[in-house]
Design a protein around this ligand. Structure first.
Ligand code: G1P
Length: 291
């Protein structure tokens, strides 16, 4: 079985849920404390041992490329003023990993965005990470999934059970549980109504997929929301090949949603040694004084 060496991160979405902040700034650059959400995703990829990442961008996303590029002017300034720690931090970002970019010309859905990765992926199994899902875990979420992939040699979807009220926000699977954390997937539905949902097990922005997916995307008509859905193409692929879902270990934040974004901001700040004490004291004070 070939090792997975490539990951794809779709970042072409318009970020309408975060307007007006995302009018001129890519939503992937919104910071949690002081780090863009996309950088957390890239750090997970690196922590999982993957070497090449393709970011699917679109118009208005130049800040993403600049963020991960070398910044001569800033580095010279930081060096001149003796801010070596910050200099190292800035240099680390541009040396992180091999990044590649391709543009999706029209926002036609997640399936269509992934199709833009076809020639980058070639004939290999590859990982997909969605920028709206940040997972805080001791062992990176993708690394956990790669271990499951190594056991089964097939597509693996990262899932967790969600509350009933959230079922209609996600791709939901039907499957049989074959071990503590692994399901064999029989069926998938994109954003079903609760009454039509086959379970509460939701796909949460992490995938390891076989390259045959591209043929299925090509033949997938627009689905939920009039968009070409990755879930529909995966459902079609699952009729042909074994597919598994893995209930990953970790706290997952939906940072594409305002409440999820705030939760991540607060919890990540509380984990930072330089902020924790003062921030916690502030939170306690404000909670006490808020009716
Ligand atoms: C996408 C996928 C959906 C998945 C979700 C995870 O939806 O289409 O299947 O469950 O990400 O966050 P989106 O949230 O982009 O609408």
């Amino acid at each position: 079985m070939k090792k997975v060496t490539k990951a794809v991160i779709p970042a072409a979405g318009l970020g309408t849920r975060f307007l007006p902040a995302t009018k001129a700034m890519p939503k992937e650059m919104l910071p949690i404390v002081d780090t863009p959400t996309l950088q957390y995703i890239i750090e997970e990829v690196i922590g999982s041992g993957i070497e090449d990442v393709l970011i699917i961008t679109g118009r208005g996303k130049k800040a993403i490329e600049d963020h991960f590029d070398k910044s001569y002017e800033l580095e010279t300034e930081l060096e001149k003023s003796g801010k070596y720690e910050m200099l190292q931090e800035v240099q680390k970002i541009s040396r992180m990993i091999n990044l590649h970019y391709v543009r999706q010309h029209e926002a036609r859905g997640l399936g269509d965005a992934i199709y833009c990765a076809k020639s980058f992926v070639g004939d290999e199994h590859f990982a997909v990470l969605l920028g709206d899902d940040i997972v805080d875990a001791e062992k990176p979420c993708l690394k956990q999934m790669l271990e499951v992939y190594e056991e089964y040699g097939a597509s693996v979807l990262g899932v967790q059970t969600v509350p009933e009220a959230d079922v209609s926000k996600y791709g939901i699977i039907a499957g049989e549980q074959i071990s503590d954390r692994v399901y064999r997937v029989h069926k998938m539905v994109e954003k079903p109504k609760l009454a039509d949902a086959p379970s509460r097990v939701a796909v949460l922005g992490r995938y390891i997929i076989t390259p045959e997916i591209f043929d299925h995307i090509k033949n997938t008509p627009p689905g939920a929301g009039g968009e070409i859905q990755l879930t529909d193409a995966l459902q079609s692929l699952a009729q042909e090949q074994a597919m598994y879902a893995y209930d990953f270990v970790g706290r997952r934040y939906d940072v594409g949603n305002k409440l999820g974004f705030l939760e991540a901001t607060v919890e990540f700040a509380l984990k930072r040694e330089d902020l924790r004490d003062a921030f916690l004291a502030y939170l306690k004070r404000i909670v006490k004084n808020t009716p």
